[in-house]
Design a binder for this molecule. Structure first.
Ligand code: DGL
Length: 270
């Protein structure tokens, strides 16, 4: 592992590209290798045992790619699978701690909302992390299981999505949260819908953004910050477990570069 090694990012599917987008923006000198488990997505309605087994396989695959740090971009994995850094003996961050820290530092009225997949909300990962930082804060949680399929369907600005979001967010509005964690990879893509419902007074915290900042700090601290790539070498490589062409099309729609390489691998081998 050295400065020139890549950042290894994984997610249950294509949602983790929201994290890649922020990493490219904040850390343009880094190589990134991404794995999206597109054959087994979604993780968010599975058991802790299954999510942990999948996460271990995803991380084992990335370990074969000369990475210097491992990132679970997936809110569900970060919430449920424990500290993979201990398991793999390498620097690691999930999205929960940096995001919880940002939310705890942002709230003015001490009321924070968290939305995420069912597995994330059942784990209370964000709630525990925030309460550990400051036990006087109140955290209100809501799972939003229909958000992921709505985003994958491309219904980002659709009356159906508005209606679903209004129902999910009602109880958090009633609690008058002033800070809301978008605790799932897909939710930043619903930002404008959520903003419309929650109003301008509520700060929306994006785990992708907070984790990119934390990663920059971690790399500096460990003396592992990258210094750019060789000319002509494309710094971003993508691997998936299924539907490589569909993944590539989605990646090209949200990333600032055209994705050159998307390769399908057999994740069950790892
Ligand atoms: N990537 C997942 C997360 O951030 C959402 C999709 C899934 O359920 O696998 O929680």
């Amino acid at each position: 592992m050295s400065k020139t090694s890549a950042i290894g990012v994984f997610d249950s599917g294509l949602g983790g590209l929201t994290a890649v987008k922020e990493l490219i923006r904040f850390l343009p000198n880094e190589n990134i290798v991404y794995f999206g488990d597109t054959s087994r997505v979604p993780y968010g309605n599975r058991s802790k045992e299954t999510i942990t087994r999948y996460a271990m396989q995803d991380a084992r695959f990335l370990q074969t790619k000369d990475i210097k740090i491992l990132i679970a971009a997936c809110g569900t994995v970060s919430s449920v699978a424990g500290n993979l850094g201990d398991e793999f003996h390498m620097p690691y961050t999930g999205v929960v701690n940096p995001t919880a820290y940002a939310a705890a530092s942002t709230t003015k009225n001490g009321k924070i909302g968290v939305i995420g997949t069912t597995a994330t909300i059942n784990s209370s990962s964000y709630k525990h992390a925030i309460e550990n930082m400051n036990s006087s804060l109140n955290v209100y949680q809501r799972d939003c299981p229909l958000f992921v399929p709505l985003v994958e369907e491309g219904w980002l600005h659709d009356p159906v999505t508005d209606e679903v979001a209004a129902r999910y967010l009602k109880e958090l509005q009633d609690k008058q949260v002033d800070t809301l964690i978008l605790g799932c990879t897909h939710y930043p893509l619903l930002r404008s819908t959520i903003r419309k419902i929650m109003g301008d007074g509520v700060c929306l915290v994006n785990p992708a953004y907070e984790t990119a900042l934390e990663l920059g700090r971690l790399l500096e601290e460990k003396g592992l910050a990258g210094e750019g790539t060789e000319k002509n070498e494309f710094p971003y490589r993508f691997y998936v477990s299924d539907l490589a062409d569909e993944f590539k099309a989605f990646a090209n729609s949200i990333l600032p570069y055209d994705v050159e390489m998307t390769k399908k691998i057999d994740i069950e081998k790892y």
